[in-house]
Design a protein around this ligand. Structure first.
Ligand code: PLP
Length: 401
């Protein structure tokens, strides 16, 4: 069916045709569609109604699904299943670690709010480490921060994401882990965005804690996992019946956990089909930039996730671009998706552009395009054409360009 929409609220009076059956979803970093493997596992698990803590047959059958999922999820990140617990979300798992028994907390300025918000709410002293214009950590600043943190006491937690949700910028984790270890601090790695997109191995990297989320890799929402080296978990946030090694009280969500496991296994086996060398990303970005001269790809010179492009077109407000692209049938996002549905100014882009006023202006026009396993070359070609049309008809862009 073809639905014709006329956009009254926007300045442009172009007629926008939305082929509802041809919508293109390019917002995988916000959440992903459910993988078929995850759906099948979930449907099967719904009928396994036993309580995993019960000793009888029904309970044991439910526990065996949880055990299998624990192996599947641990395997995706190179960990042992004994070192992994399930939580209600990555946010909960990150909060658990941050709220542990620390003398000082350190975080990268571009961390997700699931790390920055509990740090801000905590009474533990904290230090925020900056990034350069490509969104990469300033390693000297990290060293100085850890040295300063150790003045507060020996228990120092450093929180560094593997890959950023807005720009896809990948941090040099093994160098970070080495420096943190040398100074006797511990490292929490938010691996939500990297897991299932690029190889990520907790043991090889030498991190102390890692967190991942089910719905970012094809599982259902409302399920996350915390991995801890040596199973040295932080104190429980939710106390209860001793589930999840006593670290996370509450009867396990067997269906969601089981689907998370299936999604993790599917993501692991399709890792190689991801565009690891960024070849497709390079040509997509070249076309984006030639359609809108003056536009900038954020973190362009840094190592990035092969599925993420954050592009800013001067003079264009990100919110307007997102709405116009949505009306044209493309789902992308501006900065971080916000629970209220409003688009807040991006702290990630602000951290990258802290020095120049002109650059800061660009930060309010950054749009994130994030692809996944349903994306086709044809989707991207159609996107470029809509993007070109929308940018060139934007009066703000015409004034600046
Ligand atoms: N960390 C990063 C980098 C994310 O992108 C997200 C989700 O947007 C989270 C943490 C939180 O994950 P969840 O939705 O499972 O709480």
């Amino acid at each position: 069916m073809t639905v014709k929409l006329y956009s009254h609220s926007l300045r442009s009076d172009i007629l926008i045709e939305e082929m509802s059956s041809l919508r293109v979803y390019l917002d995988y970093n916000a959440t992903t569609p459910l993988r078929a493997e995850a759906r099948d596992a979930m449907v099967t698990a719904m009928d396994v109604f036993g309580n995993p803590s019960s000793v009888h047959d029904e309970g044991r059958r439910a526990m065996s699904l949880v055990t299998r999922a624990r192996q599947q999820v641990a395997s995706l990140i190179g960990g042992q299943s004994a070192q992994l617990v399930f939580t209600s979300s990555a946010t909960e798992a990150l909060n658990m670690v941050v709220n542990g028994d620390w003398d000082c907390l350190i975080a990268l300025a571009t961390e997700h709010s699931a790390v920055l918000a509990p740090i801000a709410a905590s009474e533990t002293p904290s230090i925020i480490v900056g990034v350069d214009q490509n969104g990469i950590i300033a390693l000297d600043e990290l060293d100085a921060a850890v040295d300063a943190a150790l003045v507060h006491g020996p228990r120092c937690l450093v929180c560094i994401q593997a890959a950023n949700n807005e720009t896809g910028v990948v941090q040099p984790l093994s160098r970070i882990a080495q420096r943190v270890r040398e100074r006797g601090a511990q490292l929490l790695c938010d691996a939500v965005q990297i897991a299932g997109k690029l190889p990520f191995d907790v043991a090889a990297l030498g991190v102390d804690y890692a967190v991942i989320s089910s719905h970012k890799l094809g599982g259902p929402k409302g399920c996350g996992a915390l991995w801890a080296a040596g199973a040295a978990f932080p104190p429980a946030l939710i106390h209860g019946g001793g589930q999840e090694k006593g670290v996370r009280g509450g009867t396990e969500n067997v269906a969601a956990i089981s689907a998370f496991g299936a999604a993790a296994e599917a993501a692991q086996s399709s890792l190689e089909s991801f565009d690891g060398d960024g070849h497709l990303q390079d040509s997509f970005e070249e076309q984006l930039l030639s359609a809108a001269p003056g536009a900038v790809v954020l973190g362009k010179s840094a190592a990035r996730l092969p599925n993420t492009t954050s592009v800013a077109a001067p003079g264009c407000a990100a919110e307007t671009l997102v709405i116009r692209l949505d009306l044209a049938g493309f789902s992308v996002s501006a900065g971080a998706a916000c629970s209220s549905g409003k688009v807040a100014r991006s702290h990630v882009v602000d951290a990258m552009f802290k020095d120049g006023a002109d650059d800061r202006k660009l930060s309010s026009s950054a749009v994130r395009i994030s692809t996944g396993w349903t994306t086709t070359q044809n989707d991207l070609t159609r996107f470029i054409s809509a993007w070109s049309q929308i940018i060139r008809s934007s009066s703000g862009y015409r004034q600046v360009a």
